[in-house]
Write a protein that binds this ligand. Structure first.
Ligand SMILES: [Fe+2]
Length: 432
């Protein structure tokens, strides 16, 4: 890579000297969901479990996806009880359906919640064990996924999580009031079919929240610690997916930032702007591939506490059967505070981010300018822009910090060590 970013990847004694690239298989384009049957057949599938949620199941595109599978001669059974923002309980319920269905492959049609649930259902049906044994340490045992999983074709219907390109699945751990998950290359879907036509019917609030998830994936992936700063993995095959920023993930992150900077507000405020919605879906795909190969860090770590400890906030456009801070919103609420602090540590990296978003600013001011820009984007998209607006106050900071400290995988991927005092200051700043 040319320019100042080159200096980011300095060799260090005992540090990594190589990075892994796990590409994702992606079919992208308007109407591509019609190809689902052909791809399932070419992967050798005969009997598939199709996972979705009740709202997506009612969409006409779901019926056409089902027809595409049937036309290709596949048997299928549909599980439409996926919980939005899944829990350990809903993961296990989906795993039971997968085990009883004796499927030789899986299809997910929905947002990140649906795709994550399908990953875990396939895992539990293929390699049965207590869910907690697979959950990331220190909350769970962090047991490696013992073998390959059946093929999984992921068809995202929101433009945010990038879950179709990652080996990560996130859930609420009901007993701990914490969000956590499972991370393994073996969870990565075999193929993503990304069809912009299916995002046409999304409510603006969902486009907004998932769009900020994209922005944060790209910012965090680009500002993660450099892969060279991590101790070399031994054996090399144990190199984690959260390996830190690297030249491959930088490419996807910067392009996702450029696209989001130009299209996020348009995609949210004008539902008829098909070009903007398509650009955001492509940005989500690129950012998903990028952070799937680098990892995210502090804003996502803080977000799992913000979402996990939710009180009574209910978000417009989302199911209102339980209080919920949608994932993208829970991430971006803390992001301005984080870039303000880390911008001082890494001015050049934050300068690159600011330029990709279309800001004209000096490197020394990039963190501060980015923080202000994120807040103004949140307001332009009619989203809350502080933690107090989703129900938190100063007396909640300690609990938010405690839950965030459990997110070891994410905090270790930050460009500098983040301790209790740092988190306390970040949450306090994000309140208002
Ligand atoms: Fe995310």
């Amino acid at each position: 890579m040319n320019g100042p970013c080159q200096h980011y990847y300095r060799a260090s004694l005992g540090g990594e000297s190589a990075y892994s690239i796990d590409p994702s298989s992606v079919v992208f384009g308007r109407g591509s969901l019609r190809e689902l049957g052909d791809h399932a057949r070419s992967l050798g599938l005969r009997r598939v479990g199709v996972f979705t949620d009740p709202a997506v199941r009612r969409q006409p595109f779901f019926a056409s996806a089902e027809r595409a599978l049937l036309r290709a001669g596949l048997e299928l059974a549909v599980f439409d009880a996926v919980r939005i923002e899944p829990s350990d309980v809903s993961f296990v319920e989906a795993g039971r359906f997968a085990a009883e269905g004796r499927f030789d492959g899986y299809v997910s049609i929905g947002g990140g919640s649906v795709i994550d649930t399908t990953k875990v259902a396939a895992l539990l049906a293929t390699h049965p064990a207590e869910l907690l044994s697979y959950i990331n340490a220190p909350i769970g045992e962090g047991r490696p996924v013992p073998g390959p999983l059946p093929h999984h074709i992921a068809c995202p219907t929101t433009s945010g999580t990038g879950s179709e390109c990652t080996g990560i699945a996130i859930c609420d751990l009901t007993s701990r009031k914490a969000k956590t998950g499972i991370a393994s290359r073996r969870l990565r879907p075999s193929l993503a079919i990304v069809d912009p036509d299916v995002t046409k019917s999304l409510p603006s609030s969902v486009v907004a929240s998932s769009g900020f998830d994209v922005l944060c994936h790209a910012i965090e992936s680009f500002t993660a610690r450099p892969y060279t700063a991590r101790n070399a993995s031994s054996p090399a095959t144990t190199r984690p997916m959260s390996q830190g920023a690297n030249p491959f993930s930088d490419m996807g992150s910067l392009e996702a930032l450029r696209l989001s900077g130009a299209h996020l507000v348009r995609a949210v405020t004008d539902p008829s702007d098909d070009d903007a919605r398509e650009a955001m879906l492509w940005a989500a795909t690129l950012a998903g591939i990028a952070f799937g190969n680098s990892g995210v860090h502090v804003p996502h770590g803080m977000a799992y506490a913000v979402a996990g400890l939710v009180k009574d906030y209910r978000a417009p456009g989302y199911p209102d059967d339980h209080p919920m801070v949608p994932h993208g919103l829970s991430v971006v609420l803390s992001a301005p505070s984080v870039v303000r602090v880390l911008g001082k540590l890494l001015p050049e990296r934050h300068h690159e981010v600011a330029k990709a978003l279309g800001l004209s600013v000096d490197a020394a001011d990039a963190g501060e300018a980015l923080a202000e820009h994120l807040r103004s984007l949140m307001k332009a998209c009619s989203l809350p822009s502080s933690l107090s607006e989703v129900g938190y106050g100063p007396s909640d900071v300690e609990a938010l910090v405690e839950v965030t400290l459990l997110q070891r995988r994410l905090l270790e991927n930050a460009p500098r060590p983040i301790d209790r005092d740092d988190l306390s200051a970040l949450f306090s700043d994000a309140l208002s």
